[in-house]
Design a protein around this ligand. Sequence first.
Ligand code: NVA
Length: 386
Amino acid sequence: MLSSLRRKATQTVLRATSTQNVNNSPVWAWNEWDPLEEVIVGRAENAICPPLTHEVKANTYEYWWDYYNDNAGKPFGGVEHIKKAIAEMDEVCKILELEGVTVRRPEIIDWSKDVKTPHFEAQGLYAAMPRDILMTIGDDIIEAPMAWRSRFFEYQAYRPMIKDYFRRGANWTTVPKPHMSDELYDQNYPIKNVEDRHRLAEQGKFVTTEYEPCFDAADFIRAGKDVFAQRSQVTNYMGLEWMRRHLAKKGIKLHLVSFKDPNPMHIDATFNIIGEGLVLSNPDRPCKQVDLFKKAGWDIVKPPLPTIPDSHPLYMSSKWLSMNVLMIRPDAVLVERDEIPIQKMFESLGIKCIKASIRYANSLGGGFHCWTTDVRRKGELKSYFD
Ligand code: NVA
């Protein structure tokens, strides 16, 4: 049963010039569901298993720690696994193109090279998850500062295309890069004890400190004039405050939301907005501010349990990648071919399922939403809370 909000045929459209793409900016997207015109799809090429540093340990399951210790610096998941992930994502690109979407890919970079800054030495990770590093707000493409040392230089894979967007009229924001010195990570953060982590999460304390702003773009989710974000293991309050001020200049309100989750990292397998007044809310991680959405007439949909088998390696995520979907239009979603229960759920909502299988790509830590960043969607800036 859909709420009155979603049944409403018209919405308050803010008709100010700045909310329409009058300059034909190549970058233009205000929400997660308007018709998709251009998208960046990540690459598994040269993905490197990161070392088990404190910040990596805080975001991975204990049963993978030996894997990390044995494979740090080697191809993530092994060469054959990466080949399969590459093939899956090439297929996704073809499917998106058949849907009329322009697809761009990051540069292929050798992530195994040692890098050294005045504050740390590391190797890279990958350019698989553009959602983690790039966020489009209207005509502004925003490069997140990130929080893992292995991801410090990840932006380089996207720079040629961002420069191209900039030359063609887009705005381009780079958030101040953190030092990522030892002060950014709480070395005493309790890694093993989940009760301690729950308690600290209640207090807003995570493995990253407030030494300097840091965040991953995937901790934010957009709904026009309202953007939602969580304090997580990789996004600190200073990073959220930086974004709050940046978005306020565009007339957009940033809301801090939180979940019953001892290990938050990236909001889009927890609370994934998929339409006007419509959000997928992970039943294992209830949203503490759900009344805000209910009062505004939103539909809070609980997705069914994921079906990915225990035997399939997921080195950096839970199985809830099943709800980490990409909306192609308000009535069409890109969804995992083998996740039948969630496909049935989408069909019951009147949303057509465009299917692809990215199980090997999932192993690197993301579903369709993580593996993509929407660059341009047809539509205007609207409020979905009035
Ligand atoms: N860290 C979250 C989100 C992944 C996209 C999870 O594992 O469910």
